[in-house]
Design a protein around this ligand. Structure first.
Ligand SMILES: NC(=O)c1ccc[n+]([C@@H]2O[C@H](COP(=O)([O-])OP(=O)(O)OC[C@H]3O[C@@H](n4cnc5c(N)ncnc54)[C@H](OP(=O)(O)O)[C@@H]3O)[C@@H](O)[C@H]2O)c1
Length: 373
């Protein structure tokens, strides 16, 4: 209880703190204490009071009930992933991050538990996702206005509903928003085992677009290649396989790609560039190796390559959030029809720190960790 009080006190000083309880206190401390008629259940949350190494600064605490106002919806969270950007926010190295103290997480799915008196569009039992995604999904109950939630079909596994917004939507937008691709064209990417990478393979395949995929060297790389090929990858290479004079000799019958995607940086990004055709574009959207992107002088002079970037959080303004909802529904429909799948591991919320250790790479490569509440 001492820690809750500490967080609550600090939150009064941090107006944009996203937890409903603390916002309730800020709105009107007296009302939130008196109004017991429509209150959420108490919540359990992953909180950090300062930025730093996620395994050191996060802890799970209990938060008291919050008031559910007339336009509010109280959602019992079902699942929420640990994404690389969540880690970076806690580390304090992400450009936009909530002020501390903060609750972790940015996307997820929940079930409507109870409603304010003026809510008309949702019913208890509906599945909803925060739309646009927003800070603070690593907690068992969230109270937000009805307009902040997007109702989705319940015909897919909960872990897909929890993860659809950040990674699949990024894959979809990057395939659409840069060079115009036609059926028969090819793309090249690194980080192909990531969820974004797996989605790029499958969403490209749906459009008749071939993919050339780079993965890190690892024990069991043949199995990983087979798995990605089952998803629709045309070619999969480990980085060491590309240590050849002319990578294009490996293209076989595939066309030279006009578009490349980079979420790794360093040598892996240079390999993506080597595959691109004259006038091609490489879009950087992640920096998993924490190494810079370097491009040879000749790639600009003789190939006229373009280097671009994509950031979903900037792309998804609040005005755009409503336009995104049909895209989310499209992606969930692809999941429902078995055309979009990716590896995940559902982990009980009680084992948050075990999941976190896997997500930050302490225990080698692991599938996406998704907290199950
Ligand atoms: N810009 C945006 O708007 C946006 C949106 C979504 C995601 N992202 C970024 O996209 C990337 C992938 O996200 P995700 O959630 O799809 O990933 P994920 O499923 O959590 O998978 C992590 C990926 O990173 C690779 N990786 C981890 N450490 C690495 C290292 N030191 N060097 C090279 N590769 C490493 C892993 O490769 P192994 O299989 O070899 O371990 C795996 O492919 C992240 O950088 C994320 O921040 C950006």
């Amino acid at each position: 209880m001492v820690s809750v009080r500490l967080v609550a006190i600090k939150a009064r000083l941090a107006p944009s703190f996203s937890n409903g309880f603390l916002l309730g206190l800020q709105r009107n401390p007296r009302i939130s204490i008196r109004c017991f008629s429509n209150m959420s259940p108490p919540s359990k949350a992953v909180v950090y009071e300062q930025q730093g190494p996620p395994d050191e600064v996060t802890r799970v605490i209990d938060l008291p009930p919050v008031e559910i106002r007339e336009n509010d919806v109280c959602v019992k969270m079902l699942a929420a992933p640990i994404n690389p950007s969540d880690i970076n926010r806690i580390e304090g190295v992400y450009p936009v991050r909530p002020p501390v103290p903060a609750i972790g997480g940015y996307e997820g799915v929940g079930e409507v538990q109870s409603l304010g008196s003026a809510v008309r569009g949702l019913s208890p039992g509906d599945w909803v996702i925060p739309s646009p995604p927003s800070f603070g999904t690593w907690q068992t109950y969230i109270v937000k206005e009805e307009s902040a939630w997007h109702k989705i079909n319940k015909d897919i596994p909960v872990e897909y509903a929890a993860t659809v917004t950040v990674n699949p939507l990024t894959a979809l937008r990057m395939l659409e928003d840069f060079n115009k691709l036609n059926s028969g064209d090819a793309i090249v990417q690194n980080g192909s085992t990531s969820i974004v990478g797996q989605c790029i393979i499958q969403l490209a395949r749906i459009r008749g677009i071939h993919s050339i995929n780079l993965i890190r060297d690892r024990v069991g790389s043949e199995e990983v290649k087979e798995r990605l090929k089952k998803l629709g990858a045309d070619e999969v290479y480990t980085e060491s396989q590309l240590d050849v004079k002319n990578v294009k000799s490996l293209l076989g019958g595939l066309p030279e790609p006009a578009l490349g995607f980079n979420c790794v940086g360093g040598n892996s990004a240079s390999l993506v560039l080597k595959f691109l055709r004259q006038g091609g574009t490489m879009v950087t959207y992640g920096g998993m190796s924490k190494k810079p992107v370097t491009a040879s002088t000749s790639s600009f002079i003789f190939k006229d390559l373009a280097l671009r970037g994509f950031w979903l959080q900037k792309w998804m303004t609040s005005e755009r959030a409503k336009d995104c909802r049909p895209m989310i529904d499209y992606l969930l429909d692809q999941v429902h029809r078995g055309k979009l799948k990716y590896e995940m591991e559902l982990v009980p919320f009680d084992d948050f720190h075990g999941a976190l250790d896997k997500a930050i790479g302490k225990l080698g490569s692991h599938p996406k960790q998704v907290l199950s509440f």
